[in-house]
Design a protein around this ligand. Structure first.
Ligand SMILES: NC(=O)C1=CN([C@@H]2O[C@H](COP(=O)(O)OP(=O)(O)OC[C@H]3O[C@@H](n4cnc5c(N)ncnc54)[C@H](O)[C@@H]3O)[C@@H](O)[C@H]2O)[C@@H](O)CC1
Ligand SMILES: [K+]
Length: 468
């Protein structure tokens, strides 16, 4: 039997759109596997997940007309076999052959959704990846009532009412305690606002194959230094300081705490820095061949001098992270210089900075970040509660679990510094951006409610330890 898992250290999780999932399924069917076999696997996996999660009180399963509903009938049969009191309510007759078959295999009574009485556990198998429009008002209303009256609610594949590919809420959706994603994650499991309605997300291990171009950001593997390392091999990060010294100091401190062996902060600036961080001028830092990464933008300023300094940093040939004021300067100067870099730069815009750089792009957050990466030939980290990393070649990753407390001043400077440390230790820009996001989120989770950016570097030690 397939075993669902939500282990964050599991192999990296593919994210497939509805069309990509369908194509993967079609390829399996083309090899002679019947739809019903896949549906049996899906239903068994959901039943197992529900069994483990909910200790199985009396259960009401809502079945829609398509294959999501078909999965629901399979879940019902499996739970009945385990002795769980199960009732099934449906929107109507099944509309697909496989769902009809599963309803027949269930063989028990099927109530009308309109008449269904609540149960302590609600399982939603109304709609999955086939949802193409908002739920009818009466269906959405019943789903809301029955979920509100249940102690626990579990969604099969996706909560009904959310759009698979962009995570939009098409019609009112209750908050679920668990969503069992079938085979692969879909964008809605990781993109907001949908992700926050899914509750815990478990992925049922159904081997769909399929060509993934997007993954969930997972805990990176970051080997601890060995006796053969020295401070330079661990990574030398140069942070370009500027008009607002505090921001660059945050980035520099974060780079050092994220494991860089040597951190240089350029420019003038008062304030207390760890003594381990060295002051240099830009020219010396950028000319040093040992420099492994440059972080430019936090506190840089936006005047002519700042523009010149950003250009020198980009021309230095070192891997580079550009954030904050650096992004504003780029928005004014255009993206052409980025395209001439030997290695893609890492750009870390929040939504406002992104819009200034790339305008209003269509599509999901994944689509927008990908298009921006393609245009700029840079690795884009589009930040938020659901940060997306996109590479110019179309690969993307989503960090789905940023603590909401991270939405505060200075946390972006910290992320830029951590990402600089990851580049300097030799990760490629796509991997460095993901590792940076993971460490940032883990440090924030440790720092807890009410965190401020200054707290985060101190929590990087345990975040790093988890990656060894
Ligand atoms: N990925 C996997 O491993 C598997 C996926 N299966 C299931 O198949 C599901 C997709 O099945 P379907 O493509 O049949 O789609 P759904 O069951 O999600 O939707 C059924 C049909 O309802 C109609 N519809 C769409 N929006 C509606 C609305 N708002 N109101 C009324 N009708 C609406 C559409 O014609 C759609 O095809 C997945 O979500 C998953 O649950 C499993 O059955 C097999 C294994
Ligand atoms: K569902």
């Amino acid at each position: 039997m397939s075993t669902p898992t939500s282990d964050p250290a599991a192999a990296r999780r593919a994210i497939l759109t509805a069309a990509e999932t369908r194509a993967a399924e079609e390829a399996i069917f083309a090899h002679g596997v019947p739809v019903a076999d896949l549906m049996e696997q899906a239903g068994a996996a959901v039943a197992e997940a529900a069994w483990r999660f909910a200790a199985m009180p009396p259960t009401l399963i809502l079945c829609g007309p398509g294959n999501n509903g078909g999965d629901g009938y399979v879940v019902a049969r499996h739970l009945r076999e385990r002795g769980v009191p199960v009732r099934v309510a449906a929107t109507g007759e099944p509309a697909t052959e496989a769902a009809r078959e599963m309803r027949a295999r269930w063989g028990g009574p099927v109530e009308a959704l309109a008449d269904a009485k609540p149960a302590p556990l609600l399982i939603d198998a109304l709609f999955g990846t086939g949802l193409s429009r908002p739920l009818d008002g009466d269906v959405a209303g019943r789903l809301a009532e029955l979920a509100a009256a249940a102690k626990l609610a579990i969604a099969v594949d996706l909560p009904s009412g959310i759009a698979t590919d962009d995570g939009a809420i098409l019609s009112p959706v209750p908050r679920f305690d668990l969503t069992v994603a079938l085979g692969v994650l879909k964008p809605a499991h990781v993109l907001q606002p949908a992700a926050s309605f899914c509750g815990r997300v478990a992925v049922a291990d159904i081997d769909l194959g399929g060509e993934a171009r997007a993954w969930r950001v997972e805990r990176p593997r970051l080997a601890a230094p060995t006796p053969a390392d020295n401070k330079y091999t661990r990574g030398l990060v140069a942070v370009i300081g500027g008009a607002m010294p505090g921001a660059a100091m945050l980035a520099a401190t974060a780079a050092a705490r994220a494991g860089a062996g040597y951190v240089v902060l350029t420019g003038e600036g008062a304030g207390t820095l760890p003594h381990a961080i060295v002051r240099r001028d830009d020219a010396t830092a950028l000319a040093d061949p040992r420099t492994g990464a440059v972080v430019a933008g936090p506190g840089l300023g936006r005047d002519i001098a700042a523009r010149r300094r950003l250009r020198a940093a980009m021309d230095s040939g070192h891997p580079i992270v550009i954030d904050a004021d650096g992004l504003a300067l780029l928005a004014d100067a255009g993206l052409s210089r980025l395209r001439r870099l030997a290695m893609p730069a890492v750009l870390t815009p929040h939504e406002g900075e992104f819009k200034r750089l790339f305008g209003d792009l269509p599509g999901s957050k994944l689509d927008r970040a990908r298009e921006a990466a393609r245009r700029s030939e840079a690795v884009i980290v589009l930040k938020g509660a659901d940060s997306v990393v996109a590479h110019p070649d179309g690969r993307a990753a989503v960090a789905a679990t940023a603590p909401a407390w991270l939405a505060s001043a200075g946390t972006g400077d910290v992320l830029a510094g951590i990402t600089g440390a990851m580049l300097a230790r030799g990760l490629d820009p796509f991997a460095a951006a993901q590792a940076g996001l993971w460490l940032h989120g883990a440090a924030a989770a440790q720092a807890g409610p009410g965190l401020i950016a200054d707290d985060l570097p101190a929590h990087l030690a345990s975040a790093l330890a988890a990656c060894a």
